[in-house]
Design a protein around this ligand. Structure first.
Ligand code: ADP
Length: 178
């Protein structure tokens, strides 16, 4: 199940699937500030990618401390098909009055910037913040779609951005925007 849309010179794809199985050059992890693993996407990526990813995350933490919401760091992909994992921290939903929208947009934008700086051509995102962090899917999907679309309208080395969702319900929320 997938949908495609051309934006600038890139393709934006919506796909129902598992983020850990994506063959894009980079996949994005819905990490937490501690960068030392967690549940959901984070747990799945570390399980599938093996211990090297956590080792690199530990080093980053030693060097720069925790990763605040809205920011991103990059490691290798360990045993994953993807060569890189971009770990980004989405905001925890507190009702929408604490800058959650801007922080979620920043999480997507900073991940795209990091990928572009590394000349990465393809990247897959999970639906950041809409699991354990409780961000409403309708609002989050619009921010994801608008932020990625806006980014791709400007010059970037990215040729493909994949939005990978797990559930049918989430797929429908995103599909509405395509
Ligand atoms: P957050 O803590 O940022 O909310 P979660 O990992 O809890 O992140 O969930 C984010 C979204 O990713 C949820 O919609 C969840 O259903 C989905 N998800 C969980 N595991 C996977 C996976 N392996 N591949 C793709 N999406 C997943």
């Amino acid at each position: 199940m997938s949908l495609h849309r051309q934006i600038g010179s890139a393709t934006l794809t919506l796909l129902r699937g598992d983020i850990t199985e994506q063959d894009t050059e980079a996949i994005v992890n819905a990490a937490n500030s501690g960068l030392l693993g967690g549940g959901g996407v984070d747990g799945a990526i570390h399980r599938a990618g093996g211990p090297r990813i956590l080792e690199e995350c530990r080093k980053i933490r030693e060097q720069q401390g925790e990763c605040p919401a809205g920011e991103s760091v990059i490691t290798g992909g360990g045993n994953l098909k993807a060569r890189f994992v971009i770990h980004t921290v989405g905001p925890v939903w507190h009702g929408g009055g604490e800058g959650e929208d801007d922080l979620l947009g920043s999480a997507y934008r900073n991940s795209l910037l990091l990928a572009s700086a590394r000349r990465i051509r393809s990247i897959a995102f999970p639906s950041i913040s809409t699991g354990a962090y409780g961000f409403p899917i309708d609002r989050a999907s619009k921010i994801a779609f608008d932020t990625v679309s806006g980014f791709l309208k400007n010059d970037s080395p990215l040729e493909e951005v994949r939005l990978v969702v797990y559930s049918q319900e989430d797929y429908e929320a995103y599909a509405f925007l395509f």
